[in-house]
Design a protein around this ligand. Sequence first.
Ligand code: BES
Ligand code: ZN
Ligand code: ZN
Length: 501
Amino acid sequence: MEIKLELKTVVQAEADTVVVVCCSKEKPEDALAGTAAQADTAAGGWIEELFQRKEFTGKALETALLHRPGGLAAKHLLVVGGGPAKQFSPGEMRKAAGAAVRTAKAKGSRDISLAVSGAEATPAMVEAAVEGALLGDFEPDHHKTDPKKNEKAVDRFRVAAGDSLNGLAEAVERGRIIGESQNFSRVLANEPANLLTPSRMAREASQMAAQFGLACEVLDEARMRQLGMGALLGVSQGSTEPPALIVIRYKPEVPAAASSAHLALVGKGVTFDTGGVSIKPSEGMEKMKYDMAGAAAVLGAMRALAQLKPRIPVTAFAPCVENMVSGRAQRPGDIVTSYNGKTIEVLNTDAEGRLILVDALSYAIRQGCTHLVDAATLTGAIAVALAHIHAGLFSNDEALRDRLLAAAKVEGERLWPMPLDDDYKDYLKSAFADIPNISGGRYGGAITAAKFLEEFVDEKPWAHLDIAGTAWLDDAKPFLAKGPTGMGVRTFVRLALDWQN
Ligand code: BES
Ligand code: ZN
Ligand code: ZN
């Protein structure tokens, strides 16, 4: 999708479909405002008439389409609801732009222009609009052979910003980088496990790193054995596919003077999770191809950061394995020794994410990282607690937790703080090793999983995002296709860019 910014008003924009966002009215007799008012005047009062007939109310993501709008240069006018004007934020804009693109392309439009003015023409709004357009255009269908499917993609998305482009070119560029990087992550998360093995993840990561000038190193099985990463290797041993620990490094040219922070982004990369010997039920198991969505999120974030250049060093660690059943697979009751020397009793082979993560987290610490953030499709229990709306946020450090909450808020990714009180540690007791990989009780599974991870971070500032409920959409939304969401990418990018000291 080509993305352009131009000095045109809603009246002048020459696209196949020109889009305006129209917020709801406080009182029915209120006049339309902003770009919608300009479009309405030019198109002879068409939007006002929709309001009068209550066919359109400005509710968020509502749409109405006018063909051959007299007075406008575009062939079609698409009005998208923005919700109450006072609450219209970049987050609403991102969704509105996504819904506009999905609606317009469903009607056969490949050339879309979003007209903005006034409060919609700020850098933050325009950045979000470009992201929303790219995210909305994404379809998880590139394995379909139907030749018509390529026609479904939008060719061109323009932002018609009226008569002033102040700071907007950079905003469009940032939106493009972040939107494309989130889609990069979504492509990976959607790939089936026969095509996306740990080795293939490593190849995709090193190609991406080479393309954007990042250093990439892949630790293979032999190296991990030498280092003593017994927790990760225990998970991987049931598969004929070799594991890979992907490490990607970004270093700023001019580091922030006051900062000695080195951020680690760690992502769970289980390319397929059968559960192992503690096997999962077959219903829905096909979705376990997205059990590497955490790894995909950190790779997507690095892809964006390479271009946006934060002022602190950021290193990504993506431990990638396949969790399979075989004559070589790990058994319940096995005791493995993790990279940091602690022994773990594997009471359930389906709690594998935490096993690969702890070796990667300890490795990140040994590599000199000062702050650790991980993303993982770790537990079904997080979806029991928070449904598919929020990802769970766990942290041993208030400042890091607040940074993540702030970053996520700006980026419209929803995180909810979860508890990590020491009392939860009591659920993790093993008679035969230092720690078991699952809790003894039935409840609080997402918390005990996080508590397990915490045991391996050496009291370094650390935060964990459980994205099992939010990395995948079972049903499309008006602004996003069914399938992988790319959850975490934008929050990670914002966290690194906004890091002050
Ligand atoms: N990959 C799963 C968690 C998951 C569930 C991700 C649903 C996405 C959607 C994880 O490895 C797992 O199997 N966790 C177990 C832990 C249990 C054995 C303590 C779970 O949640 O059931
Ligand atoms: Zn599992
Ligand atoms: Zn898993």
